[in-house]
Design a protein around this ligand. Structure first.
Ligand SMILES: Cc1cc2nc3c(=O)[nH]c(=O)nc-3n(C[C@H](O)[C@H](O)[C@H](O)COP(=O)(O)O)c2cc1C
Length: 377
């Protein structure tokens, strides 16, 4: 029997578009390096998703690239061509068949693309400024032309149409983690002086145009309610860089855009604002204040135990994302539902690859980076 203190995690919720989510837990998007070279999903990947779709209300997939030039990593899911619709359809079915809503995360990696993954090693971005990140440091991207930017906006629409035709329940626009949409909003990555760059308002032009295109596509093609979510990262450490103040302004605008949810990308749910906001408050608190219940928010980040999730839910946030928790323990949600939350695993079983239905290449990546997933040394 479920303990009463966890009941709030299992309440149904009706999204702005009228679709009902059966509970408040969502599988966070996680790149799994396991798709075929052509972007089609593998059987191992399907098994991995089937296993993890049985408890949560929705699954947000690993991010899929919307154009060949927007691919970020090897083994990425592709949604850049109509030939991939059958593959996307298999993926959607593997999730929906277990009772969870299936949401495809879509992006263009911009200056974060690995050169080997994009045609002609042509890594592109709002401006020719490299990311100050390990692994990509020093890779100077080529500045996109206005025509190319318009093509990418259009490609977000095409990718959304493919998600609809493949039977997904929604898409999540990936405006977080340093990829192209965030790059346009960032004063670090975006030094443009045309309509796509400049002050804060102008740096919102591209993200808002992508949202408009996706929503327009939904109106045109979806025959049933279709979820459109937007994920963002609250702050960048670089100077110049996105501040909490910038993000609260963006979120204030996004809350009135007719989206179905916003999703803040965090590694620690309880992290505090770094600058240009009340630094004594958590980012989640500040976001909830700004949004003021206009639209649901998904929070995420190191909620390894049932009590961590129950505590996070008390902030008033509508949904909680579970990433590494579901890598480590695919039955995380079901254990709480049955009153067996004490049996939740919080460190990865290093002999558990088969038992936990991990694709080979994903297993290799996560077990080679110490500390990324708890239990990996
Ligand atoms: C292996 C791995 C891959 C990830 N890939 C993505 C991704 O494709 N898109 C995304 O928005 N976030 C990605 N993330 C971030 C997660 O969605 C999440 O925000 C983060 O892991 C913190 O949540 P957690 O503590 O529940 O894992 C990834 C995280 C991990 C561990």
């Amino acid at each position: 029997m479920m303990k009463p203190k966890y009941a709030t995690l299992f309440e149904a919720y009706t999204l702005p578009n009228g679709m009902e989510m059966k509970n408040r837990m969502i599988m966070a998007p996680m790149t799994n390096y396991s798709s075929n070279q052509d972007g089609s999903v593998t059987e191992d990947e399907i098994n991995y998703y089937t296993r993890r779709s049985k408890g949560v209300g929705a699954v947000i997939t690993a991010v899929a690239n919307i154009t060949p030039g927007g691919k970020g990593f090897p083994g990425q899911i592709g949604c850049d061509r109509d030939e991939l619709i059958p593959s996307l359809s298999k993926l959607a079915k593997s999730i929906k068949g277990q009772g969870a809503k299936a949401i495809l995360q879509i992006f263009h990696a911009g200056r974060m693309s690995l050169p080997d993954e994009v045609p002609n090693r042509d890594v592109t971005a709002p401006s020719n400024i490299p990311a100050e990140r390990e692994g990509t440091l020093g890779e100077v991207p080529r500045e996109l032309t206005v025509e190319e930017i318009e093509g990418i906006i259009d490609a977000f629409g095409q990718a959304t149409r493919r998600a609809i035709e493949a039977g997904f329940d929604g898409v999540e626009i990936h405006g977080a983690n340093g990829y192209l949409i965030q790059q346009f909003f960032s004063p670090h990555a975006n030094r443009r002086e045309d309509q796509y760059g400049g002050n804060l308002e102008k740096r919102m032009t591209f993200p808002l145009a992508v949202i408009d295109k996706v929503q327009h596509t939904v109106k045109e093609y979806a025959k049933a309610p279709f979820i459109v979510g937007y994920r963002f990262s609250p702050e960048e450490p670089e100077t110049p860089g996105i501040t909490m103040g910038d993000t609260l302004h963006l979120v204030d605008v996004l809350a009135d855009k007719g989206l179905d949810y916003l999703h803040v990308s965090l590694l620690d749910f309880w992290s505090k604002a770094r600058r240009e906001a009340d630094t004594s408050k958590t980012r989640v608190e500040l976001l909830l204040e700004t949004i003021n219940k206009r639209i649901p928010l998904v929070g995420v980040g190191s909620l390894y135990k049932a009590d961590d999730a129950a505590e996070a839910k008390k902030t008033g946030i509508e949904f909680l994302g579970l990433g590494r928790e579901l890598l480590i323990d695919p039955e995380w949600v079901q254990k709480i539902a049955k009153g067996n939350e004490a049996e939740i695993n919080t460190t990865l079983d290093l002999n558990g690859k088969e038992k936990l239905d991990f694709p080979d290449s994903f297993w290799k990546v996560i077990t080679s980076i110490p500390g990324w997933v708890p239990g990996v040394k």
